[in-house]
Design a protein. Structure first.
Length: 106
């Protein structure tokens, strides 16, 4: 019974964590579109997301050890997918920054 409760808590924490990740990504995209994604805001966002992704990784490991392989595999695939989303956002920010620098020089 105790193990089932722990697995349930990991599920709840995982769900809340994913919602926070999506909210932060939405804020990043909003700020990027408005041209207000400063280096400081990006640094804060990266720090928060590092903690959140670490929690997600730990949940995946916990499921792999104590739970079900399918839960582990699902969590792992979601993490990989969001790594690619993060890379796309980072690349988009770099492209936008380079375009702004180019337009300022011209």
């Amino acid at each position: 019974m105790v193990e089932a409760q722990r697995l349930s808590w990991v599920e709840v924490i995982n769900s809340i964590d994913w919602m926070l990740v999506v909210i932060i990504l939405e804020v990043d995209v909003y700020l990027q579109l408005k041209g207000k994604l400063t280096a400081r805001a990006q640094s804060i966002s990266k720090s928060i997301k590092a903690v959140l992704y670490s929690v997600l990784f730990l949940a995946a490991v916990y499921w792999g050890v104590k739970g079900d392989f399918l839960d582990f595999w699902d969590a792992f695939l979601w993490l990989v997918a969001f790594i690619f989303i993060e890379l796309n956002i980072f690349e988009w920010h770099e492209e936008t920054s380079n375009a702004e620098v180019s337009s300022e020089v011209s």
